[in-house]
Structures are given as C-alpha cells and as structure tokens.
Design a protein. Structure first.
Length: 946
RNA sequence: GCCCAGAUGGUGGAAUUGGUAGACACGAGGGACUUAAAAUCCCUUGACCAUUGCGGUCGUACGGGUUCGAGUCCCGUUCCGGGCACCA
C-alpha cells in the first residue's frame, strides 16, 4: 500500500509548473492555435467561494485537453478591477479602493493557485493598471474620431464627414446619428468651433449627448440600461430616476443590425442569443408623416402595423415629446400642464408597475393621410419618448393598449379584420382577412384599398403605398439604446479629454495614458459632482502637453480636464485582445500577434452578462474590427454559460422561548423558530452537537430533542451567502481532499450549464475514485507494479471505451459523465488486475485534464520523464469494441434479444443479412414474415416480424 | 401578456438522441475487519406482489396521440426557472 498523499503531490507539481514555466505560451506558427478564455473576475472582498472556480475548472479541463491534442493553447487570466463593485467594497470598509483592490487581487491569486489551473500568468492583465487602460482610452478616442457609415456598414474617420460638410453640407450624408440636421456647406463653414463640435456630436461613435439617463442618487452616478433592473440599480438595489444630463455616450445603436446578424455566425446557446435578440429588439415598420389640422405643424408616427391605417381613431404623443407644447391649444393648456406635472411626479418604477390608463387631449387634430379624416391628438404616458418617434397612431380595435385608452376616453373603435369581435377586447393577432379598409361608401387617397388581403399582405401593400406616395418611409427601429459612458465616480478610467472654451478635445495619443489622479476624498456625491473635482493636479497644459495644477487654468493654454470616469464595462470590453500581447506599449495588440490568435475560440462565463458585457464587448470588437485592429468581427466564437452554484442551507429548530432544539422529524409537534446553522458543522444533515454548542455563546447551554440519537437538520437551497451560513470555501476543500478531488467534484455535481446547489456530502465518492485509481499502480508493499506485457483484450476494451467516451464528452462539456466513465473504467481495470504500462499510461493521459496533479505524479512514476502536459491524447480504435445486439421485435408478442458481433465496417444491409441468417434468429423467424428491418451501424439491428 | 428552457428514485444526476429507464455517485439498511474510531471491503436499495425457486405487475409531472417499440416525437394541461415587457 502506498498512501495517496495529495498535499505533498499537489505542492510538488504546482512548484514544478512554476519553475518549468509549463504553462507559458508563445505564438508558434507551426501549431494550430486555440484560445480559451474565462470571464475575468472582479476581485471582491469576500474572496472565492466554491461556486466561483466552476467555470475556470471547466475551461481548464478543455484547455488541457486541447493542448494534449496538439494545439497551442492560450488560457490567460486577469482582473476586472475598475468599477462599481470594487469601489463599493472600498467605501463600505472605509479604505482607498486602490488598497482594497490590490489586497483582494492577492487573495484571489492565492486561492486560484491552489486549484492547479494552467493559466499563463505572464499574460495577466488588470483593468486598473495604466499600461492596460491606456488602450481603453485609446479606443475611446478612436470612437470619438469615427462615425458609422450606413452604406459601408462600418465605422469611418470623422474627418471624411467633415470634408463632406465642407463641400456639400448634409446632402447625401449616410451616417448613423442622434438627430438629422440639415445644412449647406456655406452654413457649415459659417459655424463657430463650438457649433461645429456640437454638430459633429450627432455623428461621433463616442459622443457627448444631452439625454435622459438613469440617475442613481444613492450611488451618485448614472447607470447604463443593463445596470438597472425594475427601476432599481443592480448593484445595491437603490432607486433610479430619469434625469436629463449631458454625458459621454457610445453609439451602440449604430451597430444594432450587425450585432443581430453576428449572432448567426457564433456558437452560443439559443437562450442567450434570444436574450440578445430581445435586447436589440428589431422591429420593421413604417414612419408616416401626419399633418395637423388648421396648422403648419406635422409630426411622424412609427407603426409596425401599417395595415391598420384605416382603423386610426386618435393619435398619441409621449408627454416628453417636443411637439406637446406646439400642439396644445389655448383651451387645453391648463389640463395639459396639470397632466405633465402628474407624469413628472411618477418615478420610473411606478410607471413600470402601474399601468392604469391616463392621458389628456391636446386640443389639436391630426389628419389621417390615407382617409383624410381628422382624429384627436392625445398626450399619454403609455407612449414612450425614447422609442420610435415618440408618437403613435392609435388603432384601438387591434392594439390592446389603444383599446384600453379608447374605452377610457370613449373614443371610436373600428374593427378591420373579418370576424374579429372587438366588443370586449382588441384583436391583436396578425392573422385574418382585412375589411373596412376603406369602409363601404368611404373614399381613400388614390382609391387605395386593402379589403380582402391577409394582414401580412396588407402590411406590405401599405408600406409600399406609403413610400410611393410620399406619405412616409419604411423604417427599422431598434430597442437597443446608446450606452451611457460617463460615471460620476472615482474608481474608473479617466477620460483623455479636456475642454477648450467648452469644446471637448482629445489629449494627443502619444500622451496616453492619462493616469487616475490621487484624491483625498473619493466618495461619490448625491448631487452628482464627480470626485475627480477634488483632484488638484487635474488640468491640461496644451502647449507643454502635460498635466498641471488646476489652479493654473486660463483661457490660452491651460484647460480643465474631464471629471467623469468610464464605466465598469469600458475595461472589460477588449481585454481578450490585450491578453494576446499584454506588454506591448506601442499598440493594443501587435498586428502579427492578432493575426495568429484571431479571436476567442471558447469563452466561459455566467449568463448574467447577456445584456451587458456580452453586448458591449461585441460592439467594441466590431468597432476595432472596422479599424483593422481585431481580426474577427465576433470576439467569442463559442460561449458556454456555467450555471450558478447555489448554497444548501441547514436549519435547526428552536422551541419558542426556550434553548431547546428539536430534530427535523419531530419539529411539527412543537412551536418552533427556524434558525440557519453553519453548514460546516453539519454532516449529511446530522448536526455535530458539540460543535454547535461551541459555535455561538448563546447555544452553549442548548438542549436537544433527538430522533434515533441524532439531531437531523432541515435544509433548503438558497443563494450562497455569509448571512445564510452556507458558504463553502475552496481552500477548506483543497486542504481536506486536495485540488484534484475538488476539480473532479465540481464537475461531477451535474451538467455544467445548469444551476445546482453545492453539497459537500458526496465529495467522498470522487476522493475514493482517485484513491482507487492510485492503488492500481502500487503493490501492497508500496512498490510500483507495472509490467510491459501485451495487454489483454479486456484491458483494451475498457481503455478504448473510456477514450471514446471521454473524448466525446469533453467536446460536449459533459464532464460529469466522463468522470462516471473514469469510475467504471477504474473498477474494471482493478477487477482485471491490469498493471500494463501502456494501458495505464494512456489512462493517466486521459486523466490529466481533470486531475492534473495526480496525473503528473503517476506519469513520472511509470514514464519517468517529461510532463503529462506534453503527452499526446490517445487515439480511439473501435476494433476493440465491436459488438452489437440484435433485437427481434415480434409484433403484438413482446421482444426477443440476443447479442452478436459485427465487423465494424458492416453496412446496415449487411448487418440485417447477418442478423437474420444467424442461427439464434432462425428459430424466431421461421414461418414469420419480416415487416420491417432497421440497423444502426455498430449498435443494433431491429427486425419486426409478424 | 410574449418568447426561451425544463419536470426521471430519499438526493445529485445517467440513458448510445426512438431500442433493456434509473449508469455513476451520495445517503440509508445489513454484514466483514477492528478493543474502539477512522479507513477499507462485500451485499441490498424505484414501488408493489412473490421471495424455500427462476419471477410478475406498475412506473420518467398530468391527459391524449403516432409507433412493433416513447423519458425521448406530436397535441392539450399543470407546475418551476430564465429573458423581454405600455417597444406601437
């Protein structure tokens, strides 16, 4: 017997890997590349719990597997160390974020190192390091100096746009923009610098915009749409208000179509693609110009149901629309103002939850361009200013919201679909035959009629009619908003921007990075004054190209710097490119290096980033692709979303007003209070009574009512958190069972992509497996027992069954089933008393991705040289496995089965031939008729007889 | 409300994608070794009936259907999870 001394083994190999630089990676043209990436962590103060490494272990197994298959594998790791979570932790603990961030990083590294990952730490990046965020700032400047050309479908230099303005004004401009201004070359040339700057902001991909933003007073900053859920901030759950503010924004909306199309080229789960599709929210429809009766005014509505133009009975404007003031008549002025006051008093959250019908008549009428009819224009909060044109045509018969509004204000409802009953509710479905378009006896523009068409035909016909008759145009709208890119916080990348007489100017590229200045008071403010306002050394000397004291600001050469910082997603949007070439100070990534690594082949991380990071990173990379910096438009080819590890909490039951605790099975006989108990003093739901007494002073004198001499705890699945006492620390598991057991057990727990509770009970099974495998190599005196004889057929069958299973399972990220296969194979080899060197060597190679420490140790024992990391992944040969069963399905009479062997190259026809002529089959087939015969190669022949 | 994914023993989960349901592991029960404990090993473990005999019946949320054959495919229902949500 030789004990499996996992602590010694793991320490030994972790040291060797560092000393030999085993996981150091260089570009190597002779090998095919494979890029594995984990979503890098933000180092929180709590350290890692057992759920965090799940994805890292999965990607580590895959990375090691690919390496054994001969790929040059890049598997880097770093820290997302700027942004709200890091800063909130610092504020809560009353320390400077720089200090806590570095402490937390050290703690993370220590914990990660114990698990035995194959990260190339020479490539580590930290988003808060100047050498890193230099390129975040650089990319921002590139976005500032670019616009999105809708014809080319890509970013182009803003200088091209300026040149166009110089000669032709806005005529023939095809650029994504916030508003569509109209000016001539002369008008452009007459503009002041400030006016030109403001005009160009309409087009720049990174731009200053005066928009409605999500303002969170408690966090003292604005937030992006994905950082707000149900009217509260994702971080901390604080209320969020809508506020108009001047902020840096990224024109993500310009890339909406490309982000949508790109989804078809990548290998992501359907659910996450679906989430992104919903978030981008493409809808195809028509914009129609509506003239206002007795006025010169006009407005534009957006509709996806152009076919319902004949059913319009009123129009609705969003309360925030600029047209509201213009279209309100004298008589209605008071009512409208009262309504606007009411709308303003409502928070975002209230508007979301409460959908009662409200609105007010503006006094004006709009003219339906097809029927010529006058319809009242209302103002109502159910129409949103941010989507489409902020104005709609209301068709109560076929839209449930319009219907509710019409019922409330007693407006007419005209059904347009044959057989649709609209007396109780609207008919919203897009199926049916159109009628009343126009109504009998009524006329329409150019005799236009939709009657008799299906709704789908009618939509197309109306869109065509509207654009051909100059009433409007076909338009695609997206729900995807431009990203708010400013934060009124300290712990983030500073903007490389200064303001010269109010005009934002970029700091010259060669002066980057602009480093985050030290400040005494970095706390956010409820009024939104950015903490960088407290920095003394924070002004730009344009002549000498350096940062100077802000007291020196003057009108000629020294200007104030931007006080906002960038949001958390800035640094995490292009980090995968930086890993390729992390120390390059001349470029984000060297041309040749980028050419070699291309993009990420496998990206592993949580699905909670679906509408945040995974949209921003795609957008950012599409932009860098336009610049030629990134070599693939899509950054992450395959995405795996590991499930969340939940906590499994345990409870004890205290009888009210006593210090007596009753076991789970008996608790219903008493009036009890349920109390969380630390899962680390419970084993298989049985409470360790002594440990419980020692746990907290008040339980010192506790008494117990037991069942079967045991105290059984209740349990529930909850979020893993300190307050539930269900946090399990990986360090503790590694100490008790070793890293290899932890790695195995995390994978054995269940399918990778599924959320599941952590339950330390059960880990023994994985530990036992490693011990059993270990014992295969040593005799009872502890000497190596390996021989070089010819392996038996059984040995080879077991081995190749395993090779086949494990190879297939790893490709499908089905690690739990491959571990089961290992357990079966180990039991079989033990029963076969297999000590064959070649068989064991291949077994060790298969094990290497899962339990690398043990694999190295055993490799050293039986091979004697090199590292198992440089071994070759065993090839599967099915000649050892050929066997199939024949089933004879006897109609109405049950089934008969027997086994027989087929050559592996047998075709289905040959298999049927062989099966039917086999003597075993003959006795069933005699006098019967074959109804159907099916053969699945190498598996089964199924013959149905009658 | 719309869209997506799912429901299998006491528990986590397998099932060659339409072919012996419950692999593997945990837990539980019984036994061996041991002064004892730990560790290890062996047997039983979906339910019910039979168990001095090979065995039988029912079973993959529920109700139907297709098929020689359904956990798997189709229709309907219930429940849980995720996304979007006055998006016109």
């Amino acid at each position: 017997m030789k004990d499996y001394e996992f602590r010694k083994i793991e320490e030994k190999w972790q040291a060797k890997w560092v000393a030999n630089k085993t996981y150091h990676v260089e570009e190597d043209e002779t090998k095919k590349k494979f890029y594995v990436l984990n979503m890098f962590p933000y180092p929180s103060g709590a350290g890692l719990h057992v759920g965090h490494p799940l994805g890292y272990i999965a990607s580590d197994i895959y990375a090691r597997f690919k390496r054994l298959q001969g790929y040059n594998v890049l598997n880097p790791m770093g820290y997302d160390s700027y942004g709200l979570p890091a800063e909130q932790y610092a504020i809560q603990t009353g320390q400077h974020p720089e200090k806590t961030t570095f402490q937390n990083i050290d703690r993370y590294r220590e914990q990660l190192d114990k698990i035995g990952f194959c990260f190339d730490w020479d490539r580590e990046v930290r988003t808060c390091a100047p050498g890193y965020y230099q390129w975040t700032q650089w990319a921002f400047q590139k976005m500032f100096n670019s616009y999105f050309c809708t014809v080319a479908g890509k970013a182009q230099p803003i200088a091209d746009l300026v040149a166009h303005f110089e000669t032709k004004g806005t005529e023939g401009i095809t650029a994504s923009c916030s508003e569509e201004p109209c000016f001539t070359a002369e008008q452009w040339q007459a503009m002041s610098e400030l006016e030109k700057s403001q005009t160009l902001m309409n087009y720049r991909i990174a731009f200053l915009g005066e928009t409605m933003v999500n303002w969170c007073p408690k966090l003292g900053t604005v937030l992006a749409n994905d950082e707000v859920v149900e009217g509260v901030s994702v971080r901390g759950g604080y209320p969020v208000e809508q506020k108009k503010m001047r902020q840096w924004c990224l024109r993500v909306s310009a890339y909406a179509q490309r982000l949508l199309d790109g989804l078809q080229t990548i290998d992501w789960s359907d659910s996450i693609k679906e989430t992104q599709k919903n978030w981008i929210g493409r809808s195809e429809g028509a914009e129609v110009q509506i003239k206002v009766a007795d006025s010169d005014a006009e407005f534009t509505i957006f509709t996806t149901r152009a076919d319902t133009m004949f059913g319009v009975t009123f129009f609705v404007l969003a309360p925030e629309s600029e047209l509201v003031a213009q279209l309100t008549t004298q008589e209605q002025k008071e009512a409208v103002e009262e309504y606007l006051t009411y709308v303003k008093s409502r928070t975002e959250r209230e508007r979301m939850i409460d959908h009662t019908v409200t609105g007010v008549f503006s006094g004006s009428y709009g003219i339906n361009p097809i029927t010529g009819e006058k319809c009242p224009i209302y103002i109502a909060e159910y129409v949103l200013s941010g989507y489409g044109t902020g104005a709609i045509m209301a068709v109560p018969a076929h839209d449930s919201r319009d219907y509710a509004f019409a019922r409330h204000f007693n407006l007419p409802i005209i059904p347009l679909v044959e057989g649709a009953d609209v007396t109780e509710e609207s008919y919203d479905a897009k199926e049916g035959i159109v009628m009343n378009s126009p109504m009998e006896g009524k006329s329409s523009l150019n005799g236009f009629s939709l009657n008799g068409l299906t709704i789908k035909e009618a939509i197309e016909a109306t869109k065509k009619f509207v654009s051909e008759n100059g009433l409007g145009r076909v338009k695609v709208n997206y729900r995807l908003r431009d990203a708010i890119f400013s934060r009124q916080r300290y712990w983030g990348e500073p903007f490389p921007v200064y303001y010269k007489h109010g005009v934002p100017c970029m700091i010259p590229e060669e002066c980057l990075p602009i480093e985050l200045p030290q400040v005494e008071n970095f706390l956010p403010t409820e009024s939104g004054e950015p903490p960088l306002g407290n920095a003394q050394l924070w002004a730009w000397d344009e002549a000498n190209k350096k940062i100077v004291d802000k007291a020196l600001v003057n009108d000629e050469t020294i200007f104030p710097l931007e006080l906002n910082t960038m949001p958390g997603f800035a640094g995490s949007s292009a980090y995968f490119l930086r890993y390729m070439d992390p120390n390059n100070s001349n470029a984000l990534v060297d041309e040749k290096v980028a050419e070699y690594w291309q993009n990420v082949d496998l990206y592993v991380g949580g699905s909670e980033h679906a509408t945040g990071h995974l949209i921003y990173a795609r957008f950012w990379n599409h932009f860098l692709f336009d610049l030629g910096v990134s070599k693939k438009a899509e950054p992450f080819q395959k995405l795996i979303n590991q499930g969340m590890i939940q906590g499994r909490s345990n409870f004890v039951y205290r009888i009210k007003d006593t210090n007596t605790f009753v076991s789970f099975g008996l608790k219903d006989k008493y009036d009890t209070t349920q109390i969380h108990v630390d899962v680390n003093i419970v084993k298989n739901d049985v409470l360790d009574l002594e440990a419980f007494k020692a746990w907290r002073p008040e339980f010192n004198t506790a008494e117990f009512i037991l069942e079967d001499d045991k105290y059984i705890c209740g349990w529930a699945v909850e979020k893993m958190s300190k307050s539930m006492f269900n946090v399990v620390n990986p360090d503790m598991i590694v100490e008790r069972y070793g890293a290899d057991t932890l790695r195995l057990y995390e994978m054995f727990l269940g399918p990778l992509e599924q959320s599941k509770p952590w339950d330390t009970n059960g880990i023994d099974g994985c530990h036992r497996f490693l011990k059993k495998l270990w014992q295969l190599f040593w005799d009872k005196d502890g000497n190596l027992q390996v021989e070089d004889a010819e392996p038996s057929a059984d040995n080879m069958k077991t081995l190749h069954k395993l090779i086949k299973k494990v190879s297939a399972d790893i490709e499908e990220f089905s690690f739990n089933t491959s571990i089961s296969a290992f357990m079966v194979a180990t039991n079989e080899l033990t029963a076969q008393k297999c000590h064959n060197r070649e068989v064991l060597k291949q077994m060790v190679t298969l094990l290497a991705p899962f339990a690398p420490h043990m694999a190295e140790e055993l490799w050293e024992a039986i091979v004697g040289e090199g590292s198992v990391c440089d071994a070759q992944w065993p090839a599967f040969d099915d000649k050892y496995l050929v066997e199939a069963s024949v089933q004879l399905g006897v109609q109405f009479n049950g089934k008969v089965r027997f086994s027989m062997q087929f050559p592996s190259e047998a075709t289905p026809e040959e298999m049927i031939q062989m099966a039917t002529s086999a003597p075993e089959a003959q006795k069933y087939l005699e006098g019967k008729q074959i109804v159907k015969a099916i053969a699945i190669p190498k598996r089964i022949v199924n013959i149905v007889i009658k």
